[in-house]
Write a protein that binds this ligand. Sequence first.
Ligand SMILES: NC(=O)CC[C@H](N)C(=O)O
Length: 381
Amino acid sequence: MTTRTPALLVLEDGRVFRGESYGAAGETFGEAVFSTGMTGYQETLTDPSYYQQVVVQTAPHIGNTGVNDDDPESRQIWVAGYVVRDPARRASSWRATRGLEAELAAQGVVGISGVDTRALTRHLRERGAMRVGISSVEADADALRERVLASPQMLGADLAAAVSTTEPYVVPAEGERRFTVAALDLGIKTMTPRRMAERGIEVHVLPATSTADDVLAVRPDGLFLSNGPGDPSTADGPRDVLRAALEHDLPFFGICFGNQVFGRALGFGTYKLGYGHRGINQPVQDRGTGKVEVTAHNHGFAVDAPLDRATDTPYGRAEVSHVCLNDDVVEGLALRGAGGELKAFSVQYHPEAAAGPHDAAYLFDRFVELMSVTQRTQGDG
Ligand SMILES: NC(=O)CC[C@H](N)C(=O)O
């Protein structure tokens, strides 16, 4: 039995939790958010949208299935820090190649265990997501809080370029290539291009700083904007790329950050939610079909668009296509042309389902359908 080093967690409002050092020793800062997923911690840790966020897992046992090389959603762990209650002492899965704590330590991710994550989550739910510090080198809570208050806020943070690929790359279509898609990587998860490739799409993943000309240069049948970290109100570059694509009537599909950028391209604002949606069992209704799907979420911001009416925009009529049944937050947008035909759409949640239920996989089929209809009409015209 090893004795664990004491560690300290201090929230910006002064609330203190004490526990033990977990993962790398040291000190870290970020926005404290909680995720309610009972499974999929490896996908959570490697989701680039969590950059500069300290994730609190409400599931009390974390690490049970260890870590493998198949489940990461990107090239590294992105969370700024990790808060767990009762870490597994031993990993048990035929897929595991190593333990979670060793992986966190190897990647320099500072964590804390032995925390009453239920009390911490209730605090964040009541007071909202806020900055936090975790330290195994500082024992004085007041001193740590000073540094928390000096650390960057999530509101106004422009982070997509920091996690994006710097070089374009191609994910080939599985089987025959039916379409080419330009995907702006604002923090893309590995599973997203794969879900497209499975449907015969060749995906050209482009850096977050790409221009409209870079997008058009791949002669795409459609544009995709990915999930990503930070405040969407800072994403002016991607918004302008998307506006240029809409002017070219290029079919568009967006996920999460991509939904927020779509909202901005259409003229809507975005705002910060109190504590956000994170987990793998959020109920969302597709307002077109009335169907309810259980979905994976990770967002702290949302689009401010009216639920009760469509909005005329320079690109067509925009409507809220999906809504969260817990709190009526906008979970999807659709843009329609003069004849009511779908031109572009996006969702605030995660149809790529990594981790999470596959209820929303139909959205990738909808993108394929949109591109084939557009090809047919443009071919006719
Ligand atoms: N997963 C995402 O794309 C998150 C989008 C944005 N950073 C938010 O927190 O709302």
